[in-house]
Design a protein around this ligand. Structure first.
Ligand code: GAF
Length: 386
């Protein structure tokens, strides 16, 4: 039994005075490349990581929902009949939002029993590694099993996204839940966010002697406020003004025309998305043809585009990227929604200590908070544990 499985079993028993029927887990994710492309119907290339959320869940004989976790003292209770997005708030909106969203995808909530759930996680919160999608995906697979809904994983990803959009209030895309549900060890998920076709592609990091180093800047971010929503709105405005359904419908050859039609800021937002879609496809092709040591320049270009065109980086992320590159990383970029969170640095294994030391020293010299640096591996997606 893993440590998390044990704390969840013990937590469930002490809060609910019973044993869970089962344990399910789902990983956080890191995005290798393809940022702010998902809600533009574009391409992303994330992978599930070896940090997970574990949930213990048991059905009840009545229609009460009870949610507890190791990160909050309170146990939240809500009758299933009162389950609406408006009645949800705080951390419990993630698990309860999933239960509500399952109802929007065909589960007959009026005929199903209530449940108790206990949650624990080692996915860092606020680091851009999708701690929220890990909770949503773990609860989604658990309820799909115990409520016997028979929904497939692509639908469960949409369930998690709907929970995040409506119950949590963050206008996010489908990437994070897809990575958490569809990920496989040592591989990344090449997802077409329009068709939801997903291809699992081996990364080959191990054979190439590479590691993916996470540099958590400790600058925390939230996607339910401000910048994320305004970037999404700019993309939608750009698509409308250019007469396309979404920015996915544009290629780099359309950018000259776009520049004539759009104001400078909207044009730069559009240029980021259009070029980023191209970079995702180039990364997948390069990985296949030349292996992972050849993708560094694409990661670097992605960061520059987010820094200068999409304007979602912060000084800490820029410093992390520049310093990691200077210390020998093959490529580096901020990852996730931006405005804080983490950068990634694709780094030869032997250089991990040097890059870690250089970034830590550079942050200290600039008076920034002490960053947290750690390696992640590509792991399997959500699963029943017991
Ligand atoms: C966050 C969102 F949740 C994703 O849907 C995606 O848009 C990402 O930011 C940016 O690529 O993680």
């Amino acid at each position: 039994m893993t440590d998390l499985s044990q704390t969840v079993t013990e937590g469930f028993t002490s809060r609910f005075d019973a044993s869970p029927t089962g344990l399910w887990s789902a990983p956080g994710r890191v995005n290798l490349i393809g940022e702010h492309t998902d809600y533009n119907d574009g391409f992303v290339f994330p992978f599930a990581i070896n940090r997970r959320t574990v949930v213990g869940l048991g059905l009840r004989g009545d229609r009460l929902l009870r949610v507890a976790s190791s990160f909050a003292e309170e146990t939240v209770e809500l009758p299933l009949d009162d389950l609406t997005p408006e009645n949800l708030a705080g951390w419990s909106a993630y698990p309860l939002g999933v239960a509500w969203a399952l109802g929007q995808f065909g589960a007959d909530l009026s005929a199903l029993p209530g449940f108790d759930v206990f949650i624990d996680s080692d996915v860092p919160i606020g680091a851009g590694l999708s701690s929220s999608a890990a909770i949503e995906s773990a609860v989604a697979v658990a309820l799909n099993d115990l409520w016997q809904l028979g929904l497939d994983r692509r639908v469960l990803a949409r369930v998690g996204q709907l929970a995040e959009n409506r119950a949590v209030g963050a206008p996010t895309g489908i990437m994070d839940q897809s990575a958490s549900l569809l990920g496989e060890a040592d591989s990344a998920v090449f997802l077409d966010c329009r068709s939801l076709d997903a291809e699992v592609i081996p990364l080959g990091f191990d054979v190439a002697g590479l590691e993916l180093l996470i540099i958590d800047t400790r600058v925390s971010h939230a996607h339910s406020t401000g910048g994320y929503a305004s970037r999404r709105a700019s993309c939608e405005l750009g698509a409308r003004m250019l007469g396309v359904t979404s920015l996915r419908d544009l290629t780099v050859d359309d950018l000259a025309r776009a520049q004539k039609v759009l104001d400078d800021e909207t044009f730069r937002r559009v240029r980021h998305v259009v070029t980023e879609n191209q970079r995702v496809q180039d990364t997948v092709r390069t990985l296949r043809e030349q292996g992972p040591t050849a993708i560094g320049a694409l990661l670097d270009a992605s960061h520059v585009s987010m820094r200068d065109d999409f304007e979602i980086s912060v000084p800490e992320l820029d410093l992390a990227v520049e310093t990691a590159r200077g210390a020998g990383a093959l490529g580096a970029r901020m990852t996730g929604g931006g405005f804080g969170g983490a950068a990634i640095a694709l780094t030869p294994r032997a250089l991990i200590p040097a890059v870690t030391a250089a970034v830590t020293a550079a942050f200290a010299a600039r008076g920034f908070a002490v960053p947290d640096l750690f390696v992640v591996r590509a792991a399997d997606g959500a699963a029943r544990e017991q």
